[in-house]
Every structure is written in C-alpha cells, then in structure tokens.
Design a protein around this ligand. Sequence first.
Ligand code: ZN
Length: 468
Amino acid sequence: MEVCPQLPVLPLDRPVPQHVLRRRGAISLGPGAWGSALFGGPSPRQLCKRRGGVSYTSADQAVLYLHLLGDVRQRGPGPSEPEQRAPHSHVQVDYQSLHCLQGPVRPGARGQRSRCRRLSFQRFLKNPHLLRQQPPGPLHLVDQEYTGQVKCMLNKVDSWDFDIFLFDRFTNGNSLVTLTFHLFLQLGLTRLFRLDPIKLHRFLVMVQADYHQLNPYHNYLHAADVTQAMYCYLREPQLAETLSSCDMLLALVAAVTHDLDHPGVNQGFLVRTGHHLAALYKNSSVLESHHWRCAVSLLRESALLDHLPPIDRLNLEERLGSLILATDISQQNRYLARFREHLDRGDLSMAEPSHRHLVLQMTMKCADICNPCRVWRLSSQWSSRVTTEFFHQGDVEKKHGMAVSPLCDRLSDSTAHIQAGFIRHVVEPLFREWRRFSCTSLSHRMLAHLQTNLDRWMARSQRPETTS
Ligand SMILES: [Zn+2]
C-alpha cells in the first residue's frame, strides 16, 4: 500500500468493516464521531449528520488515512454557555452578539473559547488547565509549543516591524500568552521576582481569555501588539538604563492587561445606556477603571505575586492602576502638558521615582496608540479593525434609536477621515514630545511612518473609501 507522507495516519484499535470500506469517496465526521457508531454503527443517517471531511484510500483494515477536505469546522453554535455578565438596565443591548456582524469567526480553539467565556471563578473551577491538580510539567512547558517559525520571530521580537498578525497565526491564536511569557524570560523578570512559571502561564492564559475575541479591535491581539511595542520602548537607552526591574514588570503587566474585558463600545455608550460599570465608576475613566480591576482580579486569582510581601503587592496594584488609567484618551492633554513642562524645563530626572512613573505612563500611552506609527501594511490593518468596531457601535445605536456617537456612523464617516484626524490631533502631538524625550532612531522612524501613513489617509480621504 502506498502511503502519501503528507496525509496524517490514524491507527485504529479495531478492523474497519468491509461495508465501510466499500463506501468509496468522502465520508463526514464530527466531534466525537470516533465512537462505535462509525464502525459497525447501523444508521447511515448518523453519518450524514457528521461534519468535516475524511476520505479513505486503503483496503488496509487497520489504518485509516485522513484527508481533510477543506472546511472541517464545526458549524452552528456548538456547546456554548450563555454570557454570565449582567446586562445593563436601560437599553437591552446584547453584548454577546455585538460584534457578530463581522466575518466568520476563525475556526479552532480561539473561536470555541470565545463562545465559552465564563466568569473568573467559574473558569477557575471548570478549567483543569488553570488548576494544579496534576503534577506540573517541565518549567519550559511553553517552549514545547513553539514551532520553528515562532522561535524565528521571537528572535526578532524587538523589531519595530514585528508582524503580530503573522505571529498570532504561527502560535495558533496564542500570541499574547506566547509573546508575554517569552518577554518575561527575556527581561529576566521570572528569575528576579522568583515567579512560578506555571502561575505566570496560568495568569497569561486567563488574561488572553478575558479579552473579547469578537471585538474587531479591542481583543487579545491588540494587547499583544501593545506589549510588543512596550518591549521595544523598554529597550530604548533612556528607559533601559534607568528603569528598575519593578518598573519593567509593571510596564509589561500593564501593557498586557490594559484593555481587559473591553466590551467593544466606548465610555459614552456605557454612560448613555446606564451600564452598571458607568454607575460603578461614576462616569469617569469607566473602561480603564474596569480594565485595572480585572487585572488585579486575575493577578490575585493566579496567585502570581502571592510570595511577595502584602505591602509590595498592594503598591504594585496601585501603580498598575495608575498606568492603565493613563490610557484614557480623554485625559491625554493633562498627561501631555505635564510631560511637556518637564521637557521644557529640562528637569526630568529618572532618578526621581515620581518622574520615572510619569515616563512609564507616557510609555504606556505611546504603546497603546502606536498603530499609526507602524509600517503601512500593519498600520492599515489596525485602522480597518478599529473603524469596524466604531461602526458596529454606531449600528447598535441606530438599532436602539440612540444618537450615533462621533466617528461611529458608517454612512458619514470613513477609515481615512477617522485616521487622519486621529493622527493629527492625538498621535502626532504625543510622539513629537516622546521624540524630545527619547531622540533615537526608533523615535525618528515612528514619526516617519506616521507622516507616510497620514499622507496616505489624507489622499484617500479625498476619494471614496477603498478596502486595501
Ligand atoms: Zn488599548
């Protein structure tokens, strides 16, 4: 029997009956179909229900040669669990389906995971991977999942051209966990803070799962991208030579958690719909406050820092909040004014803890909105994603008879128009000050990309929207 080396081979524990072997061509299998119903199962109707394609090419009754026939995704809702988070009281917006208008959810573990989101305590109780019931594996457990391409990309993780979209594909949708775990090792934080690699891995898995996969923009991939940008900034001489290990730890944790549990709508929407988070945080930095409290919740749940003295843990949590709250774009002018004053006076001292913290806040802000400073092929993808998220919010607002928020109307706004305004009024002022602080080749390069991207968006805003 000639075996095609590209086909996976599935050894069977019993011979395949002749009546199955006579069924030439494709048969379909679904999850759990490897039971007795296939071999010897009397009902052809059951076979018809099964999804996915498998063909056999052998008369060998002990081996089945699998040939995937294309789309073998499980279609339909699957074994899902309803969203447990409480709906807000006024407008009954279905947050679970808010972004279902986007294209088909990518198959595989991520899509499945997004349908099975649970509250933290439920996840902790039901997910065996988050428990340590079984003996822990080798400390380099994450390394075992690396493929050659992933290793190759991680060798260049400090590159400003790092393609997080490609990295996410290579890691099978685990970019946030894989990247951040690697950066902790790279910066020596695991060793310095005596972090348990198992707890660190568990923490990152929970963080990744707490991002809403259906958000076109504010999902785990954005967090992974911000974390990679943060690492690039931490390597800049102004920071690498002055920041403490604690600062570095905080910066990475803030980057990876800064948009946790983002609902895919902005603060204005939450306030106008009377969402419980808006009430909880008194309509001020609502989302950022929630991201921070989620981050603290996962830190405590994972017990990652439990070996540190309580006073140090509380201090870390407070500083973490201060970094995440700095990403509130409505407060940008306040932060920028303080930073500019120090630069004008030339009195920014990295030996002074409060000054170092302000610099960390500015670093966090830069990492969060650095998309327009990336090369066009990456930057334009982020632009498209964020516009999609804005327009989905606008669609929901229209559906419920609400006034459409600025930048959220797909009939009157466009990606080019939104991006041109965002770059000129928000991104460029921030990165110009950043270059005054850290006048390196990276800062010059980011501003050069920014100008190129602005020119392209300006040109496009003069003509109808295109997709490329
Ligand atoms: Zn963000």
